[in-house]
Structures are given as C-alpha cells and as structure tokens.
Design a protein around this ligand. Structure first.
Ligand SMILES: Nc1ncnc2c1ncn2[C@@H]1O[C@H](COP(=O)(O)OP(=O)(O)OP(=O)(O)O)[C@@H](O)[C@H]1O
Length: 552
C-alpha cells in the first residue's frame, strides 16, 4: 500500500494527486491550520500511514464537499458575468477566433519550414501558441486588453515565468487609426455641442494611434492655444468589459479546478488588473494625475526645469482629454537633443531629479517613462507625458528602496540583502548572509556575461560598421539592446533568488525597477560616463532631497 505524508499544508496521496489542506477532520475534530503569506502551515504531522490515509480520505471528502458547496457560487458568477457581458461577448469571441487563426497559421508556416531544417525545431516553436513569442503576437492581435495584460506580465516578474516576462517587454501598443469622422462624432457627443465652437482647427491626421486612444493636434478657439486631443477609441470599453469578464471567468474556473492557485490569489490578481485597466480608460483620472504632478512641480519650484501638459477641463471628459501641446523630442533622440541643448547630461540629471523627487513629494509617480513619454522640450525643459499609468509608493518601501539603490551602486551585498528583506513581505526568518552571497553571485555572473558579450558584440559591430554608413547609430542601438537585455536578466535573477528566500515584493518595486531600466537606457545614451546611482548631482535619497536640492 502506498504511503501518505503531510507537509506544509499539502497532502500527497497516490497517483500524483496533490491536495491542498484547507480543512482536516479527525473524527469529529477539526485540525487547525494557519494561513500566512507563504500559504498554509500545519501544526501537526501524521506519522502513522494508516491514520494519514484515513485523513487523506477525509480530506478528499472534505474537498469534494467544499467543491460542491462552491459550485453554485461559481455557476452563479459565470452566469452573472455572461449577462453583464451581453452580445458583445459573442462579437469578441469571433474576433478572438480570427486572431487565433491568424497567429496559428503564422506558427504553422514557420513550424513546417523548420521541420525540414537541419538545426531542428527552435524552442520558441515547440510550445505552439502558448510559447512566449507566439503568445505575445496573439496578445498584440487581440488588442487593447491583452496588450495591457502583456505589459502587466512584463512588469510583474514575481508572478510570471521569466521567459514570458522577457518576451512581453516587446509587447507593442500600435493600432490602426479610427477614421476622423468617427472621432468628430465622439467629440460632438462628449462635449455636447458643435466642435467648431471649441476648437479652431483639428488636424484630421492623428499624431498617434494606440489600442486605447488616438491623439490629434488641434487649436483652441479664443485663446488660439495649441492643444492635443486624446480620444478614447469607440467601443473600447465594451471590448475591455468583454475581455476582462472572460479572463475573470477563466481565472475562476482555473482556481475552482486547482484550488492551490488560490494561494497565489489568481482571481485577486485578475481583479487588480481589471481595476487598473478601467482606471486607464477614464481620462478624468489621467487629468487628475497630470494636475497632481503639475502641483508637485509648482510647490517644489521646479516649473522652470520640467512640465506636464496643462489640462483644459472645460473640454475634457471621461473619454476626451484636451491638453496643452508640448513640442519636443524623446530622450533617446541624441542628435536632436544635442542640437537643442549644450549639455544633454544636464537635461538627463534634471529629468532624474524631478522624477526621483516625485516619488515621495507627489501623491503618485509617473510609472511609464518610456522615451515616447519623456521629452526634452524646445525650451530646454523636460516634458512628462501620458499619466495613464502611475504608481504610489509608501515611505517605508521607499526607505528600503533607497538603501537598495545605494547598495547597487556600491556593490554592498549585505545591505542589499537587508533592504530586499525589508521590502519583501515574509514571515519567515531569512538567512541574510546566505542571501547576500547569492546576490553577489548573480551580480558577478552578470558582469562576466557582459564581458563575454562585449567580445562578441565588438565583432558584430565591425561587420555592421563596414556595411552601414551611420556607424554611430548602429553602435549605439546595438549597445542599447545588450544593456537592456542584461539589465532585464539581472532584475529577473534578483527576483528569482529573492523568491527562493520566501520574499514577495510589492508591485511598486517592479514598477520602480522598470522606470530605472528606462533611465539607465537614457544614461547610457546621454551621459555614458555617469553613474546614475552614485552621481552627487542626482538626489535620490529623501534626506538629501530637502537640504540639497541640486536641480539644473
Ligand atoms: N500633450 C502632448 N503634446 C504633444 N504630443 C502629445 C501630447 N500628448 C500626447 N502626445 C503624442 O501622442 C502620443 C501618444 O500619447 P499618449 O502616450 O498619451 O497615449 P497612449 O495611448 O497612452 O500611448 P502609449 O501607450 O504609447 O504611451 C505621444 O507619444 C505623443 O507623441
């Protein structure tokens, strides 16, 4: 007879069945367990296999009872969600099938080509549509919700496997433009009146078109101010509701079938995603975020160094955001930046100081500082655009983050370990010495990798230089790809090692790290000799923030 054992809240019974211990009955007595951040923890063990087997059977019955009890709730939830989704669900399903067929045939073509190749089938094809590459392509085709979901995956290394986190860094948000007539009718409806009484002129060709919104340049009547109008794409809320309801139902079913996943609170994560996406399609929230940031600049006397667009509330609604038009270039456009200012490095330092300062002094921080959203303006100020995604950080997390950043710069692994332990919620005792040693290992292996990679890269660059005229551009862009990959890999390793010590970081940690990766990219371009975390001109630490404001 197979033996049965109990450990850390899970019963392993024959046939590989793993039963989460939620309730165990001994006769009529219930065995108590306590739930903590690491899951369930038992306070008793059964060494007698006979008694354990009886307990396993009791447990199985108990689980079954639980499932039967929960089934009506699940069905009710699914029915209610389907009713809320309504006919848009059927339409979305048809679009979903189309997307699957499209990406599926792409996969099939590549798969059949590589079957005949001597090198065999590449790993990215082996998992079919659920391999990171094809799943990312499928998400891009499925549009807004899935693109945002993909971006969420990219920013949540504590929740998803590293290869998916890495691949979804490239989940791009571009979508075909909505015809201008449709945009005009949304404006008429939203602004409740003739649009030519508000705008002198609207450029029919959009400045940008992403999955959720489209942006048009315009000029206001009266003041003649140059503005942009960000318009929520028609039907996007329906798509979001249908998709998010679908994802919710899938999460509910998966959790019902595999209750172990409720430990990772799958449904709670989906609910979080749902809330943050619905926030992003409410431009009133974005307007409030912009105004909070402008208030921060004002109160800190930073308006001559940086800005965010002024919002025109009188012609803004939940679906339309009219704001001051900024003129500038992305922080990655080195040539244009050099023609605008004599010291790109100084501009970068300003951007860093303003952003770091906002982490605590502003109620929320800009959590999407990709180059499209961070500009050097024609007047030399730094322009922050697109406040759709913001983060909030508690002083406690930021305190630990400061120590972490300081230790990153100085390579002090003991203090890095204690900062990470402080940040990662855990009830267990972490061996900080061993943790520090493991951290040191990843950092030194990454340095070795960079060294190796540079040897290879040099050879590639010689070839590239010989074939391309603009050698600098080639060198710079190759350099950036390497750095970003390395930095992402380093971050993922860091999270992985921390998790092995039972640490779970708050979402702001990943959000902050992602922004630091963007800033690292700008530093390599604009100030290659500067150490972003150590330079005295950059004010990261809050205690220095008030006494020694060093903004250029
Ligand atoms: N105030 C502004 N002044 C000038 N251009 C703007 C302004 N706001 C937006 N844009 C242009 O429109 C583009 C898209 O705007 P925004 O980033 O707000 O939209 P989005 O749909 O959230 O895009 P993404 O997801 O790519 O960041 C910007 O990259 C910029 O080129």
């Amino acid at each position: 007879m197979s033996s049965v054992s109990v450990f850390r809240g899970f019963l392993h019974v024959p046939h590989q069945i793993q039963l989460p211990v939620t309730r165990i009955f001994i006769g009529s007595k219930k065995l108590d367990y306590r739930s903590n951040s690491n899951g369930l923890r038992l306070y008793a063990r059964y060494s007698d296999s006979q008694s354990a087997q009886t307990q396993a059977q009791d447990l199985f019955t108990s689980r079954l009872q639980d499932s039967i009890e929960n089934l009506p709730k699940l069905v009710e939830d699914i029915v209610q969600t389907s009713i809320n989704t309504g006919p848009r669900g059927a339409l979305r399903l048809a679009q979903g099938v189309q997307a699957v067929i499209g990406v599926g045939s792409e996969w099939l073509t590549e798969f059949s080509q590589s079957r005949n190749s001597p090198s065999g089938i590449p790993s990215q094809l082996q998992l079919g549509l659920v391999s990171p590459l094809y799943l990312r392509k499928l998400f891009e085709r499925l549009g807004a919700t899935y693109i945002k979901l993909g971006q969420f995956i990219a920013s949540a290394p504590t929740l998803f496997p590293p290869e998916y986190v890495q691949e979804f860094q490239y989940c791009f948000d571009k979508a075909p433009a909505v015809p201008f007539d449709e945009i005009k009718s949304i404006l008429r409806e939203e602004l409740a009146g003739p649009i030519d009484s508000i705008y002198e002129y609207i450029d029919p060709t959009p400045l940008a078109s992403a999955s959720i919104a489209q942006v048009h340049a315009a000029r206001l009547k009266g003041s003649q101010a140059d503005v942009v109008i960000k318009v929520l794409k028609p039907g996007i809320e329906d798509v979001l509701v249908a998709d998010l309801n679908f994802i919710y139902v899938v999460a509910r079913i998966v959790e019902f079938l595999n209750p172990e996943l409720s430990r990772a609170s799958l449904v709670a994560i989906v609910n979080d995603i749902r809330a943050s996406m619905l926030e992003e399609v409410d431009f009133k929230k974005e307007a409030a975020n912009i105004e909070a940031f402008r208030g921060y600049l004002e109160s800190m006397g930073l308006t001559r160094q940086a800005t965010a667009p002024r919002v025109y509330r009188e012609c803004s609604t939940k679906k339309v955001l009219t704001m001051e038009r900024l003129y500038g270039v992305p922080l990655t456009d080195l040539d244009s930046i050099s023609s605008l200012v004599s010291s790109p490095e100084t501009s970068l330092i300003t951007a860093l100081n303003v952003w770091f300062g906002s982490l605590l002094a502003c109620e929320s921080f800009h959590a999407d500082v990709h180059a499209g959203n961070l500009w050097l303006l024609r007047d030399g100020r730094i322009g922050f655009l697109d406040f759709g995604i913001v983060g909030r950080i508690s002083p406690k997390t930021w305190g630990a983050m400061e120590v972490f950043l300081g230790s990153l710069a100085t390579e002090e692994y003991d203090s890095m370990a204690s900062a990470l332990i402080e940040m990662g919620a855990t009830n267990t005792d972490v061996d900080s010495r061993a943790f520090a040693k493991d951290l040191e290992k990843i950092f030194s292996s990454i340095q070795a990798c960079i060294h190796m990679f540079w040897l290879d890269l040099d050879t590639e660059l010689v070839v590239a230089t010989a074939t391309r005229a603009s050698t600098n551009v080639t060198a710079v862009s190759a350099n950036l790809v390497v750095d970003e990959r390395q930095m992402n890999a380093l971050f993922l390793d860091l999270v992985r090692v921390s998790e092995s010590y039972g640490l779970k970081f708050p979402r702001e940690f990943a959000l902050l790290m992602k922004q630091l990766l963007y800033f690292d990219r700008y530093t390599r371009l604009l100030a290659p000799n500067m150490n972003m975390l150590q330079d005295q001109r950059i004010t990261i630490a809050s205690n220095r923030r008030t006494s020694n404001r060093n903004i250029y």
